[in-house]
Design a protein around this ligand. Sequence first.
Ligand code: CA
Length: 225
Amino acid sequence: MPLILIAEDEPAIADTVLYALRSEGMDAEHCQLAREVVPRVRAGGVDVVVLDVGLPDASGFDVCRELRGFSDVPVIFLTARNDEIDRVLGLELGADDYVAKPFSPRELVARVRARLRRAHAAAPEAGWIRQGDFAIDRDGHRVHYRDRPLDLTRYEYVLLAALLQRPGAILSRTQLMDRGWDSDAESMDRTVDTHVKTLRGKLRAAGADPDPIRTHRGLGYAIEI
Ligand code: CA
């Protein structure tokens, strides 16, 4: 049975989450303080950590950073404010996902399940992860579409990999840039647009119809798989 560790200082939220996970056949443990998380994960057996950003003794961001020093256990943040979400989306922190408060227990359970599935899927097949018509090998920087390799430039790969990390989520051009470029802000938006255009061309040539990449005017891009 998968074990989920929840670090959350608000009892009502913690109770709701514990109940939801347990009634879906998962094992769930709870702690209230940031300093309890690392020792518990070190002790072993934790499959996913659900981490409140606003813990009383330290931020969830600090905890995540410390976890990443020794563990790749999936981390899902619980965030309460928009500026927290922005930081999570930067993904500098090595978080795998986030859920914004207020959230439905069902939504959180779905996210936890997705992380568990992905952890399982990633293990046996040396890095290939299937997502809809796509399969991505993040170690080898390769993407297949409908089981055929896409011949991508480095930038096209970076864009597609970033979009596939959170299907359906809109990533701004700045966020996309952060993943793999080192040019100045001036040319940034146009650079992303140019590479998205060539990437779309290759997907079209591979039979993608309709175009899985959506343009969100003034916001950025998202992929539908
Ligand atoms: Ca809190």
